[in-house]
Design a protein around this ligand. Structure first.
Ligand SMILES: NC(=O)c1ccc[n+]([C@@H]2O[C@H](COP(=O)([O-])OP(=O)(O)OC[C@H]3O[C@@H](n4cnc5c(N)ncnc54)[C@H](OP(=O)(O)O)[C@@H]3O)[C@@H](O)[C@H]2O)c1
Length: 284
């Protein structure tokens, strides 16, 4: 593809999409940001914000005018909702970078978990289209630990299940850095990138790391998985079960880092300590 002149970011107000917007703007690539409520979108000055909703794919058409490449966050819409969205995108542009998930497996015909299944339903129509594509398949985001912010603002103890579960949490800026390269250069077409943070840390260690960033000792207090599940009202029940089972497995089998961020960007993946320092205000 000739030089990328304009990118549409779908999910521009989200954790990763927000970073994609600012990193593209820093590279002087014209960015158009899609939001369901543009007036509420807090984005860098100069970024064009346009309305659109993935549940009504035709609303994407004006947003796609003149766009060379699309960054797509998929907000877990049901069933085959992606088919028409991808059809519309493919009719109007050449390239897509999908924020998929490390839960997608290539070695099975039927995905064996609900998160992998939801993302595979988006990957499939993209593969079947004429679009140049890159799939980002990250493991856990460091932003997941923002769920502890209310407890940390209220005191020095974080209560949760599976404090010994170790994972390689990712800084959203690193996922975005890979996305920006895939959007703006030709070297990543057809790639499926498994992305992780650099080091495995237990949840109890993650809490202590936030404490270090806040210069305040924080401690972990274990609760039962059933108590934890009762508090997970932000995800459907099958996702809550999958997440809790994943944590249980990571007690004995810590998440293993991948080298992809270093290989693709040339810079090491940011540490969880860096992420906690960057987000100290969110916990204060
Ligand atoms: N958390 C993890 O550990 C993890 C790991 C692997 C993969 N993932 C995947 O990463 C994605 C989430 O990324 P994120 O954390 O960057 O996002 P996020 O912070 O949760 O933000 C979600 C974005 O989606 C947009 N959105 C929601 N519904 C929409 C709709 N109907 N039409 C258009 N836009 C819509 C929102 O925009 P507006 O509200 O402004 O319209 C917002 O910008 C999910 O697909 C998740 O499965 C997450």
């Amino acid at each position: 593809m000739a030089q990328t002149k304009q990118v549409l970011v779908i999910g521009a107000t989200g954790h990763v999409g927000g970073q994609v917007v600012s990193q593209l703007a820093e590279k002087d690539v014209a960015v158009r940001a899609l939001a369901r409520t543009p007036a509420a979108a807090a984005l860098p000055t100069g970024v064009e914000v346009v309305p659109g909703d993935l549940t009504t794919p035709e609303t994407l058409i004006p947003a796609l005018d003149g766009v060379d490449a699309v960054y797509l966050t998929w907000p877990m819409l049901p069933g085959d909702a992606a088919n028409r969205v991808i059809e519309v995108i493919a009719e109007h542009t050449h390239r897509i970078v999908l924020l998929s998930s490390g839960a997608v497996r290539d070695d099975v015909t039927e995905q064996d978990n609900p998160i992998g299944k939801a993302h595979a339903l988006v990957e499939q129509p993209i593969r079947d289209s004429d679009l140049e594509w890159t799939f980002l398949r990250p493991y856990g985001f460091a932003t997941n630990t923002l769920e502890w912010a209310p407890q940390i603002r209220a005191g020095d103890v974080v209560r949760g299940a599976y404090g010994a579960a170790s994972s390689t949490l990712l800084h959203e800026a690193d996922i975005a850095a890979v996305a920006v390269l895939a959007l703006t250069t030709d070297d990543h077409v057809g790639a499926r990138y498994e992305l992780s943070g650099p080091t495995s840390l237990s949840r109890a260690e993650q809490v202590a790391t936030i404490g270090a960033a806040l210069s305040r000792p924080l401690t972990w207090e274990e609760i039962t998985p059933a108590q934890a599940k009762a508090q997970m009202d932000w995800v459907p029940e099958e996702f809550a079960d999958f997440i809790l089972n994943g944590l249980a497995a990571m007690v004995d089998s810590p998440g293993q880092p991948t080298a992809t961020i270093q290989e693709v960007t040339g810079a090491p993946a940011r540490s969880y300590a860096q992420w906690a320092a960057d987000h100290a205000a969110d916990f204060s």
